[in-house]
Design a protein around this ligand. Structure first.
Ligand SMILES: N[C@@H](CCC(=O)N[C@@H](CS)C(=O)NCC(=O)O)C(=O)O
Length: 248
């Protein structure tokens, strides 16, 4: 089997897939895209992934896109070790968590990530260049143009932090049922959210779980996994790529 992963070291969606590949022990090669140079927006790449985003997995010439679809695909393809509950109801609960993570914290974390770190890429662009860059993004055009070169407003930052805090509180309540993972056993639900939590920690927002002991323990448990350590190679954290990070 041949696996080629088009991804970016720091991309949270890519990190979900890297963890899953390592958990399954599947050998893969990485093609690293520079998202601020626009590698994901070339016609060649959009032939693979018309959304112009990473990750994309090419498995024996078959192209699979969207990180959650990819990790479920990998689990079906290579069932050992299982990352999905054995029963239909268990799988339904896992997908409830995954859909919630995709809908709430995954978009929310982009707001402080851009405001604190990525905005610097646009400071030397003219307004016209920035608009053209935003317009070229099939999925993220509205997000970019709403953000502008100055970033999101304090109100929008607060709303996104509220959504992230709500996520953490839900995870804390769920882990209080016994854990040690979100559904008891380790699953794709855990893998789906850990990159967002790592990102929050990296950009100075770990206060969001300061009073959530179970979430804190869950993070430590994750850090011990070999797949986690292999996924977060040097350069996967923003602090490693960008140095000091603005904390407001
Ligand atoms: N639903 C997609 C979203 C992928 C996504 O948003 N990827 C980001 C990196 S985490 C990206 O490629 N952004 C490029 C851009 O904004 O131009 C997935 O989960 O694969």
């Amino acid at each position: 089997m041949s696996f080629v992963l088009y991804n970016a070291p720091q991309s949270t969606c890519s990190q979900k897939v890297r963890i899953s590949l390592w958990e399954k022990g599947l050998v893969f090669s990485e093609k690293k895209l520079d998202l601020f140079k626009g590698d994901q927006l070339t016609e060649e790449y959009k032939n693979l992934n018309p959304n112009g985003v990473v990750p994309t997995l090419v498995h024996n010439n078959k192209v699979i896109i969207d990180s959650s679809v990819i990790i479920e695909y990998l689990d079906e393809l290579s069932p050992q070790p299982p990352l999905t509950p054995a029963t239909p109801v268990g799988r339904a609960h896992m997908r409830e968590w995954m859909r919630f993570f995709e809908e709430v914290p995954t978009p929310a974390v982009r707001v402080p990530s851009y405001n604190r770190v990525f905005l610097r890429h646009f400071q030397t662009m003219t307004e016209e260049e920035f608009i053209a860059f935003g317009e070229s993004k099939p999925l993220r055009k509205d997000f970019f143009l709403k953000m502008g070169r100055k970033g999101y407003s304090d109100e929008e930052v607060q709303q996104s932090e509220n959504r992230l805090r709500m996520t953490i509180e839900r995870m804390e309540s769920q882990l209080q049922l016994g854990g040690p993972w979100l559904l008891g056993d380790y699953s794709l639900a855990d893998i789906c959210i850990i990159p967002v939590i790592v990102r929050l920690n990296d950009i100075g927002l770990s206060n969001l779980w300061a009073d959530c002991n179970k979430v804190g323990e869950w993070i430590l448990r994750f850090q011990e996994r070999e797949a986690f350590q292999k996924c977060f190679y040097f350069g996967a954290l923003l602090s490693e790529q960008y140095g000091e990070i603005k904390t407001s």
